[in-house]
Design a protein around this ligand. Structure first.
Ligand code: FES
Length: 84
């Protein structure tokens, strides 16, 4: 299945290639995404998910509000649009 990741504010849509997380994928593609712990603890990497769905590959300390995802511990389940 070919998934895409759209970074809406950056105006970029990129084909998803295996990466540790959406945070790592954003960094690889030169999209600035704030983060701190990288492990689902601090919430700094929270970003609005405007479309699509994600999978949590690591259990975060807490789940963010609906419509928000923690980039450091998720990968796309479907094509996604992020507010980044
Ligand atoms: S960077 Fe801390 S929760 Fe993602």
């Amino acid at each position: 299945m070919n998934l895409t990741v759209t970074f809406k504010r950056s105006g970029r849509t990129v084909a998803w290639t295996e990466a540790e997380s959406l945070l790592a994928f954003a960094e690889h593609n030169g999209v600035d995404a704030p983060f701190s712990c990288g492990a689902g603890v601090c919430g700094t990497c929270a970003a609005a998910l405007l479309a699509g769905d994600v999978t949590y590959v690591e259990d975060p300390l807490y789940l963010p509000d609906p419509g928000v995802v923690l980039l450091c511990c998720t990968t796309p389940k479907t094509s996604v649009v992020l507010d980044l």
